[in-house]
Unconditional design. Sequence first.
Length: 479
Amino acid sequence: MSWAEKLLPASFRDIEFDVQSLSDETPRSLARHSYPYTDGTDIEDMGRDERKFSVKAVLWGDDYEERLQALIAALDTRGAGRLIHPIYGVIESAQVRTHRVHHDADNVDYCTVDIEFEESVTGAPFFTRQLSSQAADAMDDAADDAETASGGVLVDECDKLAGQADGDLSVMSRISAMRQNAVTFLVAVNNEAHEILTSITDPIRNAMGFVQDVTALAQALISQVPNQLDALQRQADITRNSVNRLLPAGSSTAVAPQLVAAGSDSAAVAGEAFAQIDRLFSSAAVLPTPVSQDYAPGSYDAWVAAVAASAQTAAAGVVPASSLYPVAQSQLDADTQVLLVHIATVRATTKARVAADVMAAESITPLSAPSQIEQVVTAVRDSIEEAIVQVRARYGIEQARAITEPLKSLAMSVQEAGRAVINARPALVSRTVASPAPLRLLAHRWYGDHSRAVELQRLNNLRLPNATNTGDKLNAYAK
């Protein structure tokens, strides 16, 4: 953990203060049993006592007296209060045991406050906040669970169908139709993914190979996303580190060019990946094989005639729809839905993996506005919802739950990861430009850090970052 990036602003009852040092103590309750004429003591561990936090707060500046009075009032309030620990996060029930205020004649407008807190909640976890990088890892795990569950159901359905094929022409016809659909999908996606497929000869009888091929194709399509995000982060670092070379020699006025090219953010990378996934993994990628209109379903004589008429095509290695034994269209559609359900699930989990990469990158270097993070989360959750709808339409309630429950957990993981990334930043507010100024000067006025002009440009996507006027409303972080 890097202190410069992860430490939280300390506060008690919403009164913020700076911290010079911290000391934490976790005593245990021990029962000591001594016995006559026996050396030593039998010690019994009775559990953990309340945790104790020693905080040395620092207040200084022209207004330090007002802030000191506010802090003392919060400390004197009866009962436990909400403490934000710089390292451990939120401690909902912290009781003040004592506090001491120190003034020194050599330090004008400056004081330190030694505060002793004790935690009053029984059995509270020590670390209460989930880092955005941890939330991104949880998304990957949830995606694995959903794919495993969906693949297992697909394999069971294919194995059950293959077990009924012995001598049953209608079942063999259904298997042939499913095989054609599966191969059509694999070939279409592999034209762009360029993977070695293990189930291309018979993806139905080798259903597990089909599941593995679909996963391999999906991962191949998004394999460049981490590299693209790394490139964006390096670009942002270069822009930030070389900003002083953009200013004229001796200039005291910031003159900022276009700081970040339009679309140069992690959300744009995710959007491009989502578009490709949607195009290749949409339901239209797998089309049900139609029943020939030359005969009525169930007519064996018509089927034999249709096969004879297409003998030349069959000899070329192509099995046309008319060579299939007549099967009701509804049955063919139901079989195709078995494939579509898994494809829709992998489509959703693949988007979730892209989003996980985006969240992990954003936890290191923020490149997208909170609204863009929300768009990424919404896109993934929409795909998950579509997959759940398809699962419930194809399978019964109990069988569907094997897939829908992991998908629902994945949807929650995506939401929590997005929330963690957004909450790791200060609140987004609307600031009013007081006088005409370029973004770099505004960043200096508002934050005391001119390099945050890159951040202002990203939040507002201004066409002319050097031409803000009095009264303009800009999105900006509160601090």
